[in-house]
Design a protein around this ligand. Structure first.
Ligand code: AMP
Length: 397
């Protein structure tokens, strides 16, 4: 079955058309050589939405995507009825959504209620859902949430030690990158002896945004992002953990407003903030190698934070047998993986340096022979997970 996957941001729509194995056709699909993730029939992005001289809005952007899929010469489908369902990435599902959901009027209202928790992310996703419903009124639509994977976290890992009335108002830890963690754990289930059951796994999703997740027996027990995707690791432009007292100090001593801090902590901090030159890990690694001290410091702070979280989660999970790297930096940078693992020998982590250096964007065991902890690179496939989840929800999977 063909699933259209949409990842709608404030000024862009990324899309993929996936062929995934449906129930009745699964055997045929397997025979045709389709992997678990499904084949990518088409993909692309419309960006700069609503900018001058570009596409006026999300509706027109989606029309353009469908026009290209239906194009008589270069298109991959003959009519829109060939698309079985549309799967939408939705960042924040709040407390309500712990699994993918078929979109109804009620579900849209509930996603809207979660929007105040993710003002940058949920409103564009809702625009994408509304436009897709308008343009494809007979096609079922499914929302897949980045928070859902973390719904299994125990209360002790979810609750901030604030006055409880704020916890009751929803100010608690939710976690993000759940679609990526779901895709990686599904893959791991086939790679680990006996599947995920009985394994204590940590997955580091290191992209431009970055987080780490502790998965015990296939279930999330802790993660580094919290109420918003700002908590935890050092990221491309996000600070990650900062003493809340430092935020108060910035307000009082520098006269900063909530909007200033939103911009500074989300867009001007992290690797960019410390290095002063770039949020792109490749750039910063290159400059550090050429002797730029601020770039060196940015990488040191990034690696230090990550190592600290691995240690903390090994303690909160009560062990570690598999450490997984995924996303842009995690899949591609042997240098960062080596730097993180260097300090973790006491946990039983040891790399095979040659395998580590040679691994870029492919699935690979990079641990030293006989090491107690297996270290793996597993490429993330968020669109593949959304496509499969969508097919399952509409009963085609
Ligand atoms: P993502 O958000 O998953 O696309 O990851 C983007 C990040 O991955 C950027 O910071 C890139 O610089 C980084 N990245 C991609 N390839 C490499 C590489 N070969 N070495 C280091 N960082 C990389």
């Amino acid at each position: 079955v063909k699933i259209l996957v949409l990842n709608t941001g404030s000024s862009s729509i990324k899309y993929q058309l996936r062929e995934v194995a449906g129930g009745a056709v699964a055997a045929g699909a397997a025979a045709a050589g389709l992997g678990l993730a499904g084949e990518i029939l088409a993909d692309g992005e419309v960006d700069r939405i609503a900018e001058e001289g570009s596409v006026p809005g999300h509706g027109r952007a989606l029309e353009l995507i469908l026009e290209s899929l239906l194009d008589p010469t270069s298109g991959v489908v003959k009519d829109t009825a060939a698309v079985s369902a549309v799967g939408h990435r939705v960042v924040h599902g709040g407390e309500r959504f712990t699994a993918p959901a078929l979109i109804t009027v009620e579900v849209i209202a509930q996603i809207e209620e979660c929007s105040s928790l993710a003002p940058l992310h949920n409103p564009p996703a809702l625009a994408g859902i509304r436009e897709a419903q308008r343009i494809l009124p007979h096609t079922p639509q499914v929302a897949v949430f980045d928070t859902a994977f973390h719904a299994t976290m125990p209360q002790k890992a979810r609750v901030y030690a604030l006055p409880y009335r704020y916890t009751e108002a929803g100010v608690r830890r939710y976690g993000f990158h759940g679609i990526s963690y779901s895709s990686v754990t599904q893959r791991l289930d086939g790679m680990l002896s006996g599947g995920l059951a009985g394994h204590k796994v940590m997955i580091a999703h290191l992209g431009n945004g970055a987080s780490i997740c502790a998965v015990d027996g296939g279930v999330c027990v802790d993660t580094s992002m919290g109420l918003t995707p700002l908590e935890g690791l050092v990221m491309g432009t996000r600070s990650g953990d900062v003493d809340p007292g430092a935020v108060l100090y910035l307000i009082r001593e520098f006269g900063l407003t909530a909007d200033d801090l939103d911009r500074i902590l989300n867009k001007e901090s992290g690797i960019l903030g410390v290095s002063g030159v770039s949020n792109d890990m490749r750039d910063v690694l290159g400059r550090a190698d050429s002797g730029d001290e601020r770039c060196r410091l940015a990488i040191d702070v990034y690696v230090h934070r990550l190592r600290k979280y691995v240690g903390a989660f090994a303690a909160s999970m009560g062990g570690l047998d598999t450490l997984v790297f995924t996303a842009g930096v995690g899949e591609n940078s042997g240098q960062i993986r080596a730097a993180v693992c260097e300090g973790l020998g006491f946990l039983g982590v040891a790399l095979d340096p040659e395998a580590n250096d040679a691994t870029h964007g492919v699935e690979k065991d990079i641990s030293a022979a006989g090491a107690r902890v297996r270290v793996l690179v597993v490429p993330t496939d968020e669109e593949g997970f959304i496509a499969r989840a969508t097919a399952e929800v509409v009963g085609a999977g």
